[in-house]
Design a protein around this ligand. Structure first.
Ligand SMILES: Nc1ncnc2c1ncn2[C@@H]1O[C@H](COP(=O)(O)OP(=O)(O)OP(=O)(O)O)[C@@H](O)[C@H]1O
Ligand SMILES: [Mg+2]
Length: 247
């Protein structure tokens, strides 16, 4: 039986992945800052909402990200506030700590989200102590010294990794495709040290200076159950979204 796939409807992209991402697969979108991670996830969710009537939940971590997302969308002529089936959900990092996993699950179930984006795992890991107070304390009990830094402002790496792992597995129970945005450092690895290794798919975005311009590229590094075109393809941002070039 053919695998059911979720079309992104991003120009030139679905052709690289047998027509779409298998339903309910979780895909990491990785890249250095400014490479187009937010645009890719936003467009896949926006087109899903508008062109397929599939409820979309865009989870932005941190108060300041709301304006960033809305401004980016309006550059493409997308009015998120008045788009049916699209919900921008901003998670505060300054109020009382709470259980972020069940919060996202609740939001997703409320709208029956078929497409979810988490922007970003980097912001989550930076704030992991705050988001997982109880969880970190429990981890300290089981992980001992490895977790002992975790009551400081920034949790130790092993605790951050475990937290990110729990977030990802916690959202696997949802009937949704999930995109996780994660920042890479200049060395090429993620800041949390785990997110590029988990998930069903991995998309890598890059921008390389080309004379006075910049050449932007996309590569589907991995997508389970899919015969991918795994090479490096040029991308452009136009006035209404991104285009992947087929040459
Ligand atoms: N309409 C457009 N036309 C051309 N370039 C654009 C357009 N909109 C955005 N860009 C460029 O695309 C870049 C990447 O956008 P995006 O915010 O998706 O990257 P990101 O990887 O999420 O970055 P960050 O790490 O800062 O969150 C922007 O910094 C901007 O330079
Ligand atoms: Mg971004």
């Amino acid at each position: 039986m053919a695998i059911e796939r979720m079309k992104t409807n991003i120009k030139g992209f679905d052709e690289l992945i047998e027509g779409g991402i298998p339903r309910n697969y979780h895909v990491m979108i990785c890249g250095l800052p400014g490479t187009g991670k937010t645009i890719l996830a936003l467009e896949a969710l926006y087109r899903g909402a508008v062109e397929f009537s599939e409820p979309a939940l865009f989870v932005a971590i941190g108060e300041d990200s709301e304006k960033v997302i809305k401004d980016q969308a309006s550059k493409f002529g997308w009015d998120l506030e008045n788009t049916k089936n699209f919900k921008l959900y901003v998670i505060s990092v300054t109020k009382t700590p709470f259980d972020i996993i069940s919060d996202i699950q609740d939001q997703a179930k409320k709208i029956n989200a078929k497409r979810i984006a988490i922007d970003s795992l980097t912001a989550l890991s930076i704030n992991s102590v705050y988001f997982s107070r109880g969880m970190v304390v429990n981890l300290m009990k089981t992980m001992g010294d490895a977790a002992s830094d975790s009551l400081n402002e920034r949790a130790s790496n092993s605790v951050i990794q475990r937290f990110i792992y729990l977030v990802i597995s916690g959202l696997q129970s949802l009937d949704s495709n999930v995109f996780y945005i994660t920042d890479l450092s200049i060395s090429g690895s993620s800041l949390d040290g785990i997110s590029e290794y988990v998930g069903d798919g991995l998309i890598l975005l890059k921008s390389v200076p080309l004379g006075k311009d910049v050449q932007r590229t996309i590569q589907v590094v991995k997508l389970r159950s899919t015969n991918i075109s795994g090479g490096i393809f040029d991308i452009d941002f136009t006035s209404n979204g991104m285009i992947v070039s087929s040459e």
